[in-house]
Design a protein around this ligand. Structure first.
Ligand code: ZN
Length: 365
């Protein structure tokens, strides 16, 4: 437990910061910050209308600001102090709930971040991660870059030192409790010089269409129609430690970390074979395409109500919304491509060619 009282005359008389430990509930954190059982209950209820509080994870930070003088300048007795509760939601940002005069008003808001574009260039010296951090880049950005280029570049072996890396991505900045929290968004452009050649990553297109294009020495090696836009690639295809089931297992698709409710698009024209619940996939849409190809979109929060087995779907058509249904630890899209029973790596050129070469699926450009 971490309960550190600080003072800030600008807003609150007292501030507490609590780091969630394994087995903790939000109510426990609020109690530790000095809120009564009833006050904690009220805040819990207010947040539970918008968030899945069972998903609170160790390491998440809860901040509680206690304002003795009341919110909005109204004076209140010391027994009816106002509280502002800030919950760190990781990549989803920050949530805020305000309790005024003990129990009368509860407000909920998802804090609006300031967005800035980061363009950075650095030269590798030592490990890529260390060089990036020194240049002010979050480790998550390099993780995403290495997952994106997994089939092409070995981030442990392909750098001897002296290689140049440039990156462009957006960053959401949250200011709360006198602190700044930076959350990187998807990489829009990157160029990576390695002993194997120059690799470039670009996210291109607008509207219903967004593609991830990877090139090597100026020649396109992969063009993936993205099922969710502006989302970070959070886990690539292959043998991974499973976040929920703990042990090592084969990750049969790729994951895109996105916000709950973000649109999910069909990556190719096809026909619905399933639009409903299926085990660990949660709410899922399965599409069949020509040549025995299949695409799978899992952990959805919503499925387009029009979709029924047999429905036709166009490339770029919205089929649902991002969520965390089934075996998922956070809002993300698990995207899979299969041929028959075999799962193929969506980030491999050969996979996309199979999908693109299917007669009914001609890509427009
Ligand atoms: Zn997955």
């Amino acid at each position: 437990m971490l309960a550190v009282p600080t003072s800030n005359t600008a807003f609150a008389a007292e501030r507490f910061s609590y780091e969630i430990k394994s087995g903790d509930t939000l109510a426990k954190a609020l109690n530790a910050a000095g809120m009564s059982g009833q006050q904690a209950y009220k805040v819990n209820q207010a947040l539970a209308q918008h968030l899945d509080l069972k998903s609170i994870k160790p390491g998440q930070i809860v901040q509680v600001e206690k304002n003795i003088d009341g919110v909005g300048g109204k004076s209140a007795s010391s027994t009816s102090a106002s509280y502002r509760v800030l919950l760190d939601l990781g990549f989803a940002g920050m949530a805020e709930a305000t309790l005024v005069n003990d129990s009368t008003v509860s407000q909920y808001a998802q804090l609006v971040p300031q967005i800035r574009t980061v363009s950075v260039e650095f030269t590798v010296s030592g490990s890529v991660i260390d060089s990036a951090v020194e240049a002010g880049v979050s480790p998550e950005v390099i993780l995403e870059l290495s997952e994106t280029l997994e089939s092409q570049v070995d981030f442990k072996r392909d750098f001897a030192g002296g290689e140049d890396i440039s990156l462009r991505y957006e960053e959401a900045i949250y200011t709360y409790g006198g602190q700044r929290k930076r959350i990187p968004r998807a990489i829009n452009a990157a160029s990576v010089q390695t002993s194997k050649g120059l690799f470039e990553v670009n996210r291109i297109g607008e509207g219903d269409e967004q593609k991830l294009v990877i090139s090597k020495n100026g020649k396109i090696v992969l063009s993936l129609f993205l099922p969710v836009h502006d989302a970070r690639l959070s886990s690539a295809f292959g043998r991974r430690k499973h976040p929920v089931l703990a042990g090592w297992m084969m990750h049969k698709g790729v994951d895109f970390a996105a916000n709950r409710g973000d649109d999910v698009f069909a990556v190719a024209a096809g026909r619905v074979t399933l639009a409903g619940r299926e085990g660990g996939f949660g709410r899922v849409v399965r599409l069949s395409h020509a040549n025995g190809m299949e695409t799978i979109y899992a952990h959805l929060s919503e499925i387009n109500g029009r979709l029924k087995p047999g429905s036709r779907v166009q490339q770029g058509e919205k089929i649902g919304e991002v969520g965390r249904s089934g075996l998922a630890t956070s809002n993300n899209l698990h995207f899979e491509i299969r041929k028959g029973k075999e799962s193929l790596n969506p980030l491999k050129a050969s996979t996309m060619e199979k999908l693109d070469n299917a007669p009914a699926l001609a890509v427009q450009d």
